[in-house]
Ligand binder design. Structure first.
Ligand SMILES: [Ca+2]
Ligand SMILES: [Ca+2]
Ligand SMILES: [Ca+2]
Length: 271
């Protein structure tokens, strides 16, 4: 009895330490004979990890937990839908959620269709317990990202993608939940920016050149700064190397350093 209950706990404890623990077996085999997750009950007792996948009390779904990179305890849960019966019976990954900051609470969830394509992702990027990032995929490709950048619960930035590339961003800068800035992108680069000044959700002014110029100048300045930093670093490294070389010479035979400096006396006076 005692031993029987203890085994899973040992398993759990091993999951993080050794990647070849019980978890990876379950994951690669796709056949968790021991339903890996029976619990939000963890080894200790009752820890609610605030699961974002829908799998509890669903007999046709199975969940498995593994420890991702850098985690000691299982922080990744995969939920599978069981499809078919008998010989046809197989499992499809429909949901994956991760505790990315290892505090025991799940903060990113991605959902998949039965073709294995991503449908959506949600994330609590600042770990305050509220979702602030919503991503939508179309045919498995990134299509839309909605962000609550000030974490007040309202979306204030919408990013739209076409063919996987950023095509448009709209922003709500005055916090009235309506977009007032439009940015149009081509080939992933900002082409023009429009501003709604009077709040009727129509662009009143296209800041075409100004914005482009600003971005260009920003990029240029950044480049210059990086180059300056690189140059400074290089100079420091060279100085360091030169100092070392000098030290080496000083430490070494002084004859060696003396010889090349003083050229051989020129026997000029021949007459
Ligand atoms: Ca977390
Ligand atoms: Ca949040
Ligand atoms: Ca607005």
């Amino acid at each position: 009895m005692n031993r029987a209950t203890r085994v899973p706990l040992v398993c759990l404890a091993l999951l993080g330490a050794t990647s070849a623990g019980c978890s990876s077996k379950d994951e690669t085999k796709f056949e968790p004979k021991t339903p890996t997750v029976k619990a939000t009950r963890n080894a200790q007792g009752a820890i609610d990890d605030r699961t974002l996948c829908d799998w509890k009390n669903k007999p046709d779904r199975e969940a498995s937990e593994t420890a991702g990179p850098g985690s000691i305890t299982p922080n990744v849960r995969r939920v599978y839908q069981v499809i078919g019966t008998g010989e046809d019976r197989h499992k499809v990954l429909i949901c994956r959620e991760i505790d990315t900051n290892f505090d025991g609470v799940k903060d990113v969830v991605r959902k998949y269709n039965d073709k294995g394509e991503s449908i959506s992702e949600e994330a609590d990027s600042n770990y305050d317990g509220k979702i602030d990032t919503w991503i939508t995929f179309v045919k498995g490709r990134l299509a839309e990202v909605k962000l609550d950048t000030n974490y007040d619960g309202n979306v204030d930035e919408w990013k739209y993608y076409s063919g996987g590339k950023l095509s448009r961003i709209t922003r709500d800068t005055n916090r009235d939940s309506k977009p007032d800035v439009w940015e149009i992108y081509r080939d992933g680069k900002l082409e023009r920016m429009g501003v709604d000044v009077d709040g009727d959700e129509h662009v009143d002014r296209w800041d075409h050149d100004n914005e482009l110029r600003r971005r260009f100048e920003d990029a240029e300045r950044k480049k210059e700064e990086e180059e300056a930093a690189a140059a400074a670093k290089k100079a420091a490294a060279e100085k360091d190397a030169a100092d070392k070389a000098n030290d080496a010479v000083d430490d070494g035979s002084s004859d060696a350093s003396a010889t090349p400096k003083s050229p051989p006396k020129t026997p000029k006076k021949k007459k």
